[in-house]
Design a protein around this ligand. Structure first.
Ligand code: GLU
Length: 401
């Protein structure tokens, strides 16, 4: 594979990034180079750094590199996995924890152990870690979304290092349907805080043009400009002992980050000084470029879970695609219960997938009363001062964009 156009510039731009999100996967942060059986069978007393717990030396090396970046005036946010794995070790569980309530119990125990090590390791380098446990709700609710953003800004202003994980104790996301995994969580965070770079560190060192496990001729792809169908097809399944991510979830994360104009690097977390070297522009792993970005509010709309859906006729779909407002006239059906200001899906009546997400100016009850009516009729039906349109073009985001 030759040097692709844009690759050198994109790598060089990493060196000037000011706001960086570093995602550290379970297999990177835990000592698991031995067989999975040994990791699972390890006893609770092993947790403090040896025989399968957190790799304290690794965390120290990561902290040293983050401290270097901080000294250079950069802001670093960490997204860490490892809570469930740590909890499982402390409980001496001998097999993969799959039952939801047990994963939650493991997360509750393991998160403290995890942050304890962060505090210790970061403290050596004069860094103050701050724990942020989040659920999908902080993205779906606009005021929670803005609040979280404000607290991250305050932490960064104070020179602290925000360390995120999913609040696995109350969120069923790892198994259910919310963030899904920390790869996607890290991308949502990068998007929320307008990070310029998301560095995903795991045991996957790059995106390959074929499955490297089964094809010895598979070659790493150093630079990806567009997420083409071919690129998406190169992602396999995978995931391991305690973690949930594979290449497919990493590519979903890339798509989320790219919408925010954030470049993503996927690299082997065990590569020597990987954080410092990637952020100095060295060609390690795969760099996914970000060539266009959605505005902040549009990103929020796109990243929110829809509270319901509105089916529209072809005319209405064509109109919103042409950047016109969504009017009640073109609506043919309303599903779910939602209020004014909620994010809902808008889909063509004959399509199963959503075409767009919009912020609706009318609740589901109101919409049901005005289906198929003209805008002029709205006030007569809903009362004076009722909104004239269902969604404005600036509150409409197409999902394929
Ligand atoms: N939140 C999980 C944990 O801390 C990890 C999820 C993931 O590996 O993607 O254990």
């Amino acid at each position: 594979m030759g040097i692709e156009e844009g690759s050198a510039e994109a790598r060089a731009s990493l060196a000037s990034a000011n706001r960086i999100v570093v995602k550290i996967g379970t297999n990177t942060i835990m000592r698991n180079e031995d067989s999975p059986q040994r990791l699972c069978g390890a006893r609770a007393e092993a947790v403090r750094g040896f025989e399968g717990g957190i790799d304290v030396e690794y965390l120290h090396r990561a902290a040293a590199q983050i401290a270097e970046l901080a000294r250079a005036g950069k802001q670093v946010i960490v997204v860490t996995s490892g809570a469930i794995g740590m909890g499982a070790l402390e409980l001496g569980l001998s097999r993969r924890v799959t039952e939801l309530r047990m994963r939650q119990a493991c997360a509750a125990i393991g998160q403290i152990a995890l942050m304890d090590e962060y505090r210790r390791a970061f403290g050596v380098f004069g860094l103050t870690p701050a724990q942020l446990l989040v659920t999908r709700d902080a993205w779906d609710n606009r005021s929670a979304y803005l609040n979280l953003r404000a607290s991250v800004e305050a932490l960064l202003e104070q020179g602290a290092v925000p360390v995120f994980n999913e609040n696995d104790v109350v969120s069923t996301a790892e198994i259910g349907n919310a963030f899904g995994d920390n790869d996607q969580l890290s991308a949502y965070i990068a998007s929320k805080v307008d990070a310029e770079v998301l560095l995903i560190l795991s045991d996957i060192d790059a995106l390959y043009d074929a499955d490297p496990k089964s094809d010895p001729a598979a070659r790493p792809i150093p630079y990806v400009r567009e997420l083409t169908a071919e690129i998406l097809a190169s992602a396999g399944g995978a995931g391991s002992e305690f973690s949930t991510g594979g290449m497919a979830t990493k590519l979903k994360a890339v798509a989320i980050a790219r919408d925010a104009g954030c470049k993503v690097v996927i690299a082997d977390g065990r590569e020597r000084r990987v954080i410092a070297r990637v952020l100095a522009g060295e060609a390690i792993g795969t760099l996914f470029d970000a060539v266009h970005a959605l505005k902040n509010r549009q990103r929020w709309i796109k990243n929110s879970r829809p509270q319901g859906s509105i089916s529209v006729d072809q005319g209405a779909l064509a109109a919103i695609k042409a950047k016109k407002s969504l009017l009640p006239r073109g609506i043919v059906g309303v599903e779910g219960r939602f209020g004014r200001g909620d994010v809902v899906l808008v889909a063509g009546a004959d399509r199963e997938t959503g075409a767009a997400k919009v912020v609706t100016s009318l609740s589901s009850d109101e919409l049901e009363r005005v289906i198929g009516r003209t805008s002029a009729e709205l006030e007569a039906i809903l009362g004076a001062g009722a909104p004239k349109v269902v969604a404005r073009p600036e509150e409409t985001v197409f999902l394929e964009e």
